[in-house]
Design a protein around this ligand. Structure first.
Ligand code: XMP
Length: 317
């Protein structure tokens, strides 16, 4: 069985042994996996760990600033890179989900490389890969099935000719959280829902515009805040809003509107591989729907996704 204290101790010793006096560079995402992995590496080698956090313009509202602040508290050596416009430019007009993932994955690697090259002589690449990532990426690359190309696994090491440091490679999500607790990480990291690497890009069905991103960020913020306020946040595995590519008719005062629909998604799960839609109270859904429609310009309809995985997936793209 998994013992967090034992894991942390062994893992730090193994990283020290592997890395010696060399440097490690690592991309952070704000998620629990990369944060726990970085904290372990930092405990092992201190400021020879160089972290990079890229703002791709597809994060949640205010998340970049909030997460940078959290990293500062942890004493991690993190450089924040504002690349919002580069991502918006490259994504303009692209609506195919895999096309979006490829563009985001490639641009992310380009930016990460530009930053890593400046550090000079870095031999190791830290990654927060966990066991389910390893399994899912096998099926992604398998001979007959293509599920989704999760860009957070693979790609980087071959291009950069670096050795991997992946302290969480054999852990499941709940074990990562327990290890994080052992490391005294704050709940803002430990209890954070998983969030996909391509971010809001795969929650805007169809082509992405900065205006749509802003609209979805506002709707998402209302939903997530309401989940927190009602103490439902910790009861679900993951939640988010999806901006649908359809407009429908509504009324506002005496005016007829023709605006977008947002779908709310919340699921319970153990590992993300299977998931059930979360049975959130009707009163809660009613309040979120009202708040979104009343406060987010451009949205006149809210629906709740009651599909489970399989056959549906958690994300809509
Ligand atoms: P699905 O939609 O396949 O999602 O049921 C399962 C879990 O994976 C996340 N996800 C991704 N994570 N890059 C990521 O880093 C991706 O392209 C990607 N697609 C889905 C999803 O948010 C859920 O937690």
């Amino acid at each position: 069985s998994f013992t967090p204290a034992h894991f942390v101790e062994e893992s730090i010793a193994a990283i020290k042994e592997k890395v010696g006096n060399e440097k490690v560079v690592m991309a952070l995402s704000g998620g629990v996996d990369s944060t726990v992995a970085a904290t372990l590496i930092h405990r092992a080698i201190g400021d020879r760990l160089y972290c990079i956090f890229v703002d791709n313009g597809l994060l949640r509202k205010g998340e970049f600033e909030q997460v940078m602040e959290g990293y500062k508290h942890l004493g991690l050596n993190v450089k924040g890179v504002d690349a919002k416009q580069r991502f918006y430019d490259e994504l303009a007009g692209v609506s195919d989900p895999e096309g979006k993932r490829k563009i985001i994955g490639k641009l992310f690697i380009d930016i990460f490389q530009e930053e890593a090259i400046e550090l000079k002589d870095v031999k190791f690449l830290g990654q927060g890969t966990i066991y389910p990532d390893v399994i899912e990426s096998v099926s992604v690359n398998g001979p007959s099935v293509t599920i989704k190309s999760h860009h957070n696994v693979g790609g980087l090491p071959e291009k950069m000719n670096m050795q991997l440091v992946e302290p969480l490679r054999f852990l499941f999500k709940d074990e990562v959280r327990r290890a994080g607790k052992e490391l005294h990480l704050d709940d803002i990291f430990l209890k954070r829902h998983p969030f996909p690497g391509p971010g809001l890009a795969i929650r805007i069905l169809g082509a992405i515009t900065p205006e749509k991103v802003a609209m979805l960020q506002d709707a998402d913020h209302i939903y997530i805040q309401a989940l927190r306020d009602s103490e439902n946040y910790d009861k679900v595995w993951q939640a988010g809003t999806i901006l649908l590519p359809v407009q429908s008719v509504g009324v506002m005062g005496d005016e007829r509107t023709y605006e977008f629909t947002v779908a709310l998604r919340a699921v319970t799960s153990v590992d993300g591989m299977t998931a059930d839609w979360a049975h959130l109270p009707y009163e809660f859904l009613a309040k979120v729907s009202n708040d979104i429609i009343n406060h987010v310009r451009g949205i006149n309809r809210v629906v709740y996704d009651i599909s489970s995985k399989p056959p549906a997936t958690i994300e809509w793209e």
